[in-house]
Design a protein around this ligand. Structure first.
Ligand code: ZN
Length: 293
C-alpha cells in the first residue's frame, strides 16, 4: 500500500505549498489536494509551477477532495440553489483541468449530504430515487471526466444526513453506473458513522480495481449524533477497528493508496511540520501492522 496525506489534516495550519514540501520530506507517496487550498495556492502560483513540483519530486498527486453533489445537481427543471450548482461544477472542472495538467487522475465525489451538522437532519428519500439521481449525476460527470483522463470515486458517508451511507449501497450505484472511470472511495470514519459500523468485510464483494481511493483515520469514543469530523484522529488509537479495515483491504489484495484524512482542531493548532510527521509515523505504523507496505 502507498501512503498518502489528505490536506484536511493540516487545513487550518498550512497551505498547499507547505504541505507539498513537508509531505515529501516526511516520506508520503501521494498527496490529496483540497479545492480550497488549491484555490489559495493559485492566487500566488500557476498550475505549471505545481506540475513542475511533481515532476521534480518523489511525491505525486492523487485525488482532489471533494465534489459534493446533491440530488438535483445537473437536473433540468428541478428546484435548486443555483450558487451551489455553480460552485459544485466549478470544483469539478477545476479538478479535471488541473488534474490533467499535473497528472492527478482522481476526484472524490460525495453523495447528497447535510454537511453543517452530522445527523442534525436526516436524509429522507427512497433507495430507488437515490439510485436514479446518483447514477444520473455520475454518468454526466463521467462523460466530462473521461475527456480529462479523470476517475470518480463515490464516497459513502454513514451519517443520517447522507443519501448513500454504506459501501454496499455505493457499490450498487457504481455497478448501475457501469462506467470504467467510476468507482469507490472508502473512508473508515464515514463508514463507522453508520451505527458504529466496525466490520468492514462488506467491502469484499467490491471489485478490487473499483476501489479508487482509501481514507484512513481513527476516532474518539462518542455517541453517534455527537461524533463529528472534528473527532477524527490519527491511526494510533481510537474506537475504529483498523485491524479489520486495513486487514480486509489487505486480504482483498488491495495495494493502492491509503490516505490519512483528519479534521481535528487540536492538530490544526499545532505546527504543520509536527502534524505531518506524526501523520506519517502513525499511518505507516498502522499499515505496517495490519496491511502491506
Ligand atoms: Zn474521506
Amino acid at each position: 500500500m502507498k501512503l498518502s496525506f489528505n490536506e484536511a489534516t493540516t487545513r487550518e495550519c498550512s497551505n498547499l505549498e507547505t504541505d507539498l514540501e513537508l509531505c515529501e520530506k516526511a516520506g508520503f507517496d501521494f498527496i490529496e489536494i483540497r479545492f480550497d487550498m488549491l484555490r489559495e495556492y493559485l492566487k500566488k502560483h500557476t498550475v505549471r509551477e505545481l506540475k513542475e513540483f511533481f515532476d521534480t519530486h518523489r511525491i505525486k498527486p492523487h485525488a482532489f477532495n471533494a465534489v459534493y453533489v446533491f440530488d438535483s445537481f445537473l437536473a433540468e427543471g428541478r428546484e435548486k440553489d443555483d450558487a451551489r450548482e455553480k460552485q459544485t461544477m466549478d470544483d469539478f472542472m477545476l479538478g479535471c483541468e488541473v488534474g490533467q495538467e499535473i497528472g492527478s487522475q482522481y476526484l472524490v465525489v460525495v453523495p447528497d449530504l447535510f454537511r453543517e451538522a452530522p445527523n442534525a437532519r436526516p436524509y429522507i428519500n427512497t433507495r430507488e430515487n437515490i439510485n436514479i439521481d446518483t447514477v444520473r449525476i455520475l454518468e454526466a460527470l463521467s462523460d466530462i471526466a473521461a475527456d480529462y483522463g479523470m476517475n470518480l470515486g463515490l464516497e459513502p458517508v454513514g451519517s443520517l444526513g447522507c443519501s448513500v451511507k454504506t459501501i454496499e449501497h455505493a457499490w450498487e450505484i457504481v455497478r448501475m453506473t457501469n462506467r470504467e472511470n467510476v468507482g469507490l472511495t472508502a473512508d473508515c470514519f464515514n463508514l463507522y458513522l453508520y451505527a458504529k459500523h466496525n466490520d468492514f468485510s462488506d467491502m469484499k464483494p467490491v471489485d478490487l480495481d473499483k476501489i479508487f481511493i482509501v481514507h484512513v483515520n481513527n476516532a474518539d469514543d462518542k455517541p453517534i449524533g455527537v461524533l463529528s469530523n472534528a473527532d477524527r484522529r490519527f491511526c494510533d488509537s481510537g474506537v475504529i477497528d483498523l485491524e479489520n479495515y486495513i486487514g480486509t483491504l489487505r486480504d482483498m489484495g488491495y495495494d493502492g493508496m491509503i490516505s490519512v484524512e483528519v479534521f481535528r482542531p487540536e492538530y490544526w493548532a499545532q505546527p504543520a511540520e509536527k502534524v505531518i510527521s506524526e501523520a506519517y509515523r502513525t499511518t505507516r505504523d498502522a499499515v505496517a501492522r495490519y496491511g502491506r507496505l
